[in-house]
Design a protein around this ligand. Structure first.
Ligand code: TXA
Ligand code: MG
Length: 323
């Protein structure tokens, strides 16, 4: 099979109705979509991604009302967040309705819900009468795709269509918020800043994103986003450790001492102007480029721990984590 890149929403909708796999653009990253109510289509997602079936999927629809219909209970704070952010880079984990297959939720009693903000995908979701399950469209453990070409490079032989909606505007996966014991809790840092969530709710929230073998958000396994090369995190203010010639460095902003360039080092700047939103947009493409080089070592300077910086540092640390 070779994926066909398309721009036609009706064609994508038809493929989804037939139980086929369609990669879809969102503002965060590209998703690998299938009809969430069709068990065999959902099973094909796990197979294409080589993803363990204990890792539950996010389901997507075109409006808060349409997606919240799959939740059995909606805490008032979930409604507040949905109204303020959707369509946008937020996923809510809520108690699930019977109609959501156990394969989607990996047997959990909750389901992850999202209204993504991309015109083509909103139109596509509006055209089908089921929710679309869509994990990031990358093989399990690898970097998430932010262009149609990234999807084609990594999964082109395993899926039917790629709906090309251009480069993703946010570039990091959605922020996941659940309500364990009724308390708003960030389960994955992502494209929506935690500060924004706190501003909407009017109080600080729990952040619980570390997990191991049977995690609450299994995508948060410590080793994830692997570029497949040795990677070392250098804390923001620290100086550069000794490195082999030909190594790579990931930096941020204009004050970094590496900006001038060092012929021994291949420098990738996530945002020369020091803009964390731009850095979020560039991060996965940089990790992808690095995974294609032959660098003996990659040193990544952490970015300021604020706004989208929390999620960027999280992804860098996971990319650097060893088995
Ligand atoms: O931005 C995004 O969220 C993208 C786009 C395509 O929407 N999707 C995405 O999906 O990142 P995925 O499958 O790569 O990551 C989903 C995360 C996983 O870490 C999974 O464990 C967690 O959501 N998750 C799903 N259902 C859950 C549940 N019921 N409880 C806790 N975590 C859940
Ligand atoms: Mg993923």
């Amino acid at each position: 099979m070779t994926a066909i890149t398309i721009q036609s929403v009706p064609l994508a909708a038809k493929a989804l109705r037939q139980g086929e796999l369609v990669a879809i653009p969102t503002e965060t990253v590209y998703g690998l979509g299938a009809n969430a109510l069709n068990q065999s289509a959902v099973a094909n997602i796990f197979a294409a991604k080589n993803r363990p079936s204990f890792d539950p999927l996010i389901i997507h629809q075109s409006s808060a009302d349409r997606i919240l219909a799959y939740a059995r209970e909606i805490p008032p704070e979930a409604r507040l967040l949905a109204d303020a952010i959707w369509p946008g880079p937020l996923t809510l984990v809520l108690p699930k309705q019977e109609s959501v297959p156990d394969l989607v939720s990996a047997g959990l009693s909750t389901v992850a819900l999202r209204v993504p903000n991309h015109p083509l995908t909103l139109e596509l979701l509006g055209a089908v009468d089921f929710p679309v399950a869509a994990p990031s469209a990358n093989p399990f453990g690898f970097v998430s795709p932010t262009t149609a070409q990234h999807v084609k490079d990594q999964l082109g032989d395993k899926i039917d269509y790629i709906l090309d909606g251009g480069a993703c505007r946010v570039g990091l996966e959605s922020t996941i918020v659940g309500f364990p014991n009724g308390v708003a809790t960030v389960l994955r840092k992502g494209g929506l800043a935690v500060e924004k969530i706190e501003e909407i709710l009017g109080h600080s929230v729990e952040v619980k994103t570390h997990s191991n073998s049977r995690p609450e958000a299994p995508g948060m396994l410590s080793r994830h986003y692997s570029p497949g090369v040795a990677m070392l995190i250098v804390e923001e203010s620290a100086s550069l450790p000794a490195y082999p010639a030909g190594s790579a460095a990931i930096i941020f902003g204009k004050d970094n001492k590496l900006v001038a360039g060092d012929s021994e080092l291949n420098v990738f700047n996530l945002s020369p102007s020091g803009d964390l939103n731009e850095a979020a947009r560039t991060l996965f493409a940089v990790l992808r480029t690095i995974s294609q080089g032959n660098y003996p070592l990659v040193m990544a300077f952490s970015v300021p721990e604020e706004g989208l910086g929390l999620a960027i540092n999280d992804r860098l640390r996971r990319a650097a984590a060893r088995e």
